[in-house]
Design a protein around this ligand. Structure first.
Ligand SMILES: [Zn+2]
Ligand SMILES: [Zn+2]
Length: 335
């Protein structure tokens, strides 16, 4: 009896597998057919030689040039200030990192990137064949429903409002991290140190410190590797005159171990967590995670623009007023 029941169950499972396979194959072929049919809008994005749509040079979250991605740029504010990002993805990421809802969100119109309008008044087209910014699913804004629907009729996608689009962007952020890191490696924005790489400041091998290493991409695309955030900060401090705004800094997120654009992170200085070179600036994506470390191990949470060799060495993490004026914080050039 039991044998018979088992045989029935296994044949049911086999049938389920065949049905699942068939559904999957049908879906795949439908997707491929759609991919063959779909038209791509004849709008340059990213734009070559972009105009100065924005005074913000780099997206404060991902480091991309905001003017090159002007058609999807957003601006908003929270308790830390006002930000202009390359996309709704980076607005969502900054908001999640800070643990705050964005206020006064504005978005550029896809077809008129010089115009910024309140985000809760626009019609987003999501998932069309228009190229996405920091996402596989593009999210572009139109001033009125008729234009948005006209675009959908030609290039696919669906029309929705700001809050639904922000929710979608927020849900994609963590899922897309590995892909973004791979793209950065492929495009040469970052590189992995080899076993023969040595820290440009102290000479130790960064490959041996996967939880602490950092890197600087110079204006001419060279990668300088460092064993720690501390060595990166000290190197920049000692080479201010030879740095240009095109240089970008990347640090290893604690404790995840991925490289991230340094300016978008929170740093704990003055804690009891040590790096390969002793006192360290410990980088976190989320402000709440940085604050949790401070509660356990002491120190203080600061942003990239406040980092300096003196701030890292400070045992309390906060400089006394007498030393604050002497401390050289990182110049704004180094985004
Ligand atoms: Zn961005
Ligand atoms: Zn070093």
């Amino acid at each position: 009896m039991q044998k018979k029941r088992r045989a029935t169950q296994s044949s049911q499972k086999a049938r389920m597998r065949v049905v699942t396979c068939l559904i999957f194959t049908l879906l795949l072929s439908a997707t491929s057919l759609y991919a063959l049919d779909v038209k791509v809008p004849d709008i340059m994005h990213p734009m070559k030689n972009p105009k100065m749509y924005s005074k913000t040079m780099r997206c404060p979250d991902c480091g991309m040039m905001v003017n090159m991605w002007a058609r999807t740029r957003h601006s908003f504010s929270n308790h830390e200030g006002t930000f202009e990002t390359c996309s709704i993805r980076c607005l969502a990421d900054i908001s999640a990192k800070a643990g705050e809802q964005p206020e006064n969100a504005m978005v550029a119109l896809y077809t008129e990137p010089e115009k910024m309008v309140p985000a809760n008044e626009v019609f987003y087209v999501v998932g069309s064949s228009a190229k996405g910014t920091m996402t596989m699913k593009s999210k572009i804004a139109f001033a009125d429903q008729v234009s948005a629907e006209k675009f959908v009729a030609q290039y696919g996608g669906t029309v929705q409002g700001f809050s639904a689009t922000l929710k979608m962007a927020s849900m994609e952020v963590d899922k897309m991290r590995a892909k973004i890191q791979n793209n950065r490696l492929k495009k040469g924005k970052i590189s992995k140190p080899t076993h023969s790489s040595s820290c440009a400041l102290c000479g130790m091998p960064p490959a041996n410190y996967p939880a602490n290493r950092s890197q600087l991409t110079t204006a001419d695309g060279k990668h300088l590797h460092f064993c720690s955030s501390k060595c990166l900060v000290n190197y920049i401090d000692g080479h201010k005159s030879s740095m240009t705004p095109k240089a970008t800094s990347w640090v290893t997120v604690y404790p995840d171990g991925d490289y991230e654009y340094a300016k978008g992170l929170y740093f704990v200085v003055g804690s009891s967590v040590m790096g390969p070179m002793g006192p360290e600036a410990v980088p976190f994506r989320k402000k709440s995670a940085a604050e949790a470390l401070v509660a356990k191990q002491g120190g203080k949470v600061i942003r990239w623009s406040e980092l300096s060799p003196a701030a890292i060495l400070s045992s309390s993490g906060s400089l006394c007023p007498r030393n604050r004026s002497k401390a050289n914080t990182l110049p704004n050039l180094f985004f």
